[in-house]
Ligand binder design. Structure first.
Ligand code: ZN
Length: 384
């Protein structure tokens, strides 16, 4: 077991990363380290896990053993030479990058490398990207930048042209099932179900396999395409869809928000009565709540996007039945309903419906009000 064993189905990039780590240890000029990398891959392929594993290996004296202090503190965010930037908001602003650059301007404390992992490089604003560009281009630095994004097109051209690109793959159904069984000790039948309906998204698969409420919500969402008999029903389905996705997102953020506020109040000394302290803490809590609100917005969007992808698998299965191939059906638990839906509709209309779902996903990203977008979608799905 080393840090790279957490990468599932990514054998094609493993060698590149291990070679880079080996070369980075030799301090001679002929092995010049690449200072900026972009990890791309579909959601759930583990691009940020790959970047973090690489960061661990770069600072570990044993090239990523996974067991030493360096490896462990880097993974939990406690290593002074490894910084993992996770975005809570919808964009990364130039002020945040400037602040980051002053933090990483120091030489690495252990004398090796300083590594910055940026999980959502696609959320950099243009001015933030320009500020970052200067740092990436600086010669002779000991900082290595590991940027993550869904695709290379999501990274601004100026940045991506200076990075080495690694493309992660969607892990196979078998690979995900095995991880759930062997790493997370999930029962085989559940592991198989969760891996299949999560379409290679390991995090989502684990979440589904270990959370009954999430499974129940998914089931309700998957039944919606069968309940679109009238326009009124389509509007009702849209409301149910948005409510469920929002509740799921809020359930995970509410508890976290509360903890953060308590931690902040504690830092200020809870019950501080002097006027100065009270004003300070109130202001800080207000700032925090603003950030939390923007994070919640993002989580609701992610949750809606996940539910849209779930519904898309229904129509994909319908299309498969209509084209006569059912071996790769995702929702085998709904086989009967899918077959009956396929018999009562035309394949060209199924394709239109899948397109409509993809269009709704794109509209969501353009910050259209969720309910309006989903209502329009359900009306399209209701057409025979
Ligand atoms: Zn180690």
């Amino acid at each position: 077991m080393n840090v790279f064993s957490s990468l599932v189905g990514q054998e094609h990039i493993l060698r590149i990363l291990q070679d880079a780590v080996a070369a980075s240890c030799k301090d001679d000029e002929s092995h010049e380290m690449t200072h900026a990398w972009v990890f791309t891959g579909p959601p759930g392929s583990g691009r940020s896990s790959a970047a973090v594993a690489f960061a661990q290996a770069l600072i570990c004296p044993n090239q990523g053993c996974g067991a030493c202090n360096e490896c462990q503190s880097a993974a939990t965010g406690g290593h002074s030479d490894v910084e993992v930037i996770r975005t809570e908001g919808l964009s990364i602003k130039v002020e945040e990058i400037r602040e980051l650059l002053t933090r990483v301007a120091w030489a690495p404390s252990m004398g090796g490398w300083r590594v910055v992992v940026m999980e959502d490089a696609d959320r950099l604003t243009e001015s933030a990207a320009n500020a970052l560009l200067k740092a990436i281009e600086e010669p002779g630095t000991r900082t290595v930048w590991l940027l993550c994004a869904p695709t290379l097109h999501d990274v601004l051209p100026t940045i991506r042209s200076r990075c080495r690109h690694l493309q992660l793959r969607t892990p196979s159904l078998e690979a995900v099932t095995n991880v759930l069984k062997n790493r997370d000790h999930i029962a085989p039948v559940m592991a198989d179900f969760a891996a299949r309906v999560s379409q290679g998204h390991i995090g989502r698969a684990k979440y589904l396999a270990t959370n009954e409420t999430v499974r129940t919500n998914r089931k309700t969402i998957m039944q919606l395409p069968l309940q679109l008999g009238s326009l009124a029903a389509a509007f009702q389905a849209a409301q149910t869809f948005v409510d469920l996705a929002t509740t799921e997102a809020n359930a995970s953020s509410d508890e976290r928000n509360q903890k953060e506020v308590e931690k902040l109040q504690k830092a200020y000394g809870k019950g501080a009565t002097s006027r100065g302290m009270a004003t300070g803490v109130n202001k800080a809590v207000k700032e925090l709540e603003k950030e939390q609100k923007s994070r919640s917005t993002r989580m609701v969007r992610d949750s809606i996007d996940g539910a849209l992808l779930d519904i898309a698998t229904f129509y994909r299965d319908v299309m498969m039945v209509q084209s006569g191939s059912t071996e790769l059906m995702t929702n085998t638990d709904m086989r009967e309903q899918i077959e009956s839906h396929a018999a009562n509709s035309f394949s060209h209309s199924t394709i239109n419906k899948i397109n409509a779902i993809m269009e709704a996903r794109a509209n969501m990203a353009l910050s259209v009000a969720p309910l309006v977008t989903i209502e329009a979608l359900m009306c399209k799905l209701a057409i025979k």
